[in-house]
Design a protein. Structure first.
Length: 364
């Protein structure tokens, strides 16, 4: 059996990795994995909102050279990239919340679309080989609310500002790839540009507002009833380590074949492994061992997609990536993290590292 950790370490150990959004939930997990692989990471992101954010809990400042700045600051971002001279860039920084995008629509477009352009402008100034992986979302697709899973070649769109801003980011990426990083002239610019799409990522350490798992964890920690708005909405729930492994695996492929893998890839669970919100909450309460939930009707509710699934065959066939956890297992790992944090917070770093090792090399 291939040791996934060692295989990744062979590529990333000692390499310079520029990571935007390193202080966020997903970025903190990415930072932790990269540090365990021995990568030299420079982070670029905003300050975490709370002292109990995952970044702080993992002592993130000891894992990277952290720059606290806004990706809308084009000059600061370009200088950071140029000074560091990275081998890899993973762009995770974003305004990631659908409901918040209704409150701050123009800012959401600025961060997600113009911020991506700023990253790519920084890449333009590099004169060395670099693999660039840009993270968008499953919500970039024009959602018809059908059972058919969306493929990488399907039409992009976006109803809410968040989804539309990420679709705009994809147009920005495609334009830069065609104009400045064209595959026909790769030998001159030496930049491989890939896009990855994943959504409904869950895992320990997410405390974001208006997101289901954090809402469940906060309620259960206070012995309160979990409140849910859209019990019938179906989502392809996946543990945060699933797409992170996909991103890292894609990076290894880009090193060996930068032209072929300068492409877009979906990362999600198996087609039939999706749960309605109601079942997701019930499974979470089962893992926790107690708790109750209540469905409330919200008047004038903001639009959120009811059904969205991804076709992951491209990642399966071309990257050799496969999901490790089904939805119940992902929920179990996630709720187990929150229980550990609430009962033994001093052990959360070791527990997080244990989850990473167990994921990369499961014992059958």
């Amino acid at each position: 059996m291939v040791n996934k950790f060692s295989s990744l370490q062979d590529i990333y150990k000692g390499k310079k990795v520029f990571l935007t959004g390193h202080t966020g939930f997903k970025g903190s997990w990415m930072l932790k994995v990269l540090s365990m692989l021995g990568a030299n990471v420079k982070g670029f992101a905003l300050t975490p909102e709370n002292d109990f954010d995952l970044y702080h809990l993992l002592n993130g400042d000891t894992l990277n050279d952290s720059i606290i700045a806004d990706i809308r600051n084009k000059n600061a971002l370009a200088e950071a990239i140029d000074t560091f001279q990275p081998d890899f860039i993973f762009h995770l920084a974003a305004q990631p919340l659908v409901r918040l995008s209704y409150e701050t629509p123009s800012e959401t477009f600025e961060v997600n679309a113009i911020g991506t352009a700023n990253v790519l402008d920084g890449v333009r100034k590099l004169t060395k080989q670099c693999q660039v992986i840009l993270i968008t979302t499953d919500k970039v697709y024009h959602n018809e609310e059908w059972l058919y899973p969306y493929r990488e070649t399907d039409r992009l769109g976006g109803y809410d500002p968040y989804s539309a801003s990420k679709a705009c980011a994809e147009l920005v990426i495609n334009s830069y790839r065609n104009s400045f990083f064209n595959l026909k002239t790769y030998s001159k610019h030496l930049k491989s540009i890939a896009v990855v799409r994943a959504g409904n990522v869950i895992g320990g350490g997410d405390w974001a507002k208006d997101r289901l798992i954090p809402d469940i964890a906060r309620a259960l920690a206070k012995n309160e009833t979990v409140i849910i708005r859209n019990p019938a909405s179906v989502r392809p729930w996946q543990h945060v380590l699933e797409p992170i492994l996909g991103y890292l695996l894609l990076g290894t492929k880009m090193v060996k074949d930068p032209i072929t893998f300068s492409d877009s890839f979906n990362f999600g669970p198996d087609f039939n492994d999706a749960l309605p919100v109601k079942e997701m909450v019930e499974q979470s309460l089962k893992c926790w061992g107690s708790g109750a939930y209540e469905v409330i009707k919200v008047e004038c509710q903001l639009h959120e997609a009811g059904l969205l699934k991804l076709d992951i065959n491209k990642a399966l066939n071309h990257l050799g990536w496969t999901p490790t956890f089904n939805a119940p297992a992902a929920i179990d790992k996630t709720m187990g993290w929150y229980k550990k944090y609430l009962t033994n917070p001093d052990e959360i770093i070791a527990f997080t590292e244990q989850q990473v090792h167990e994921y990369l090399n499961p014992i059958n």
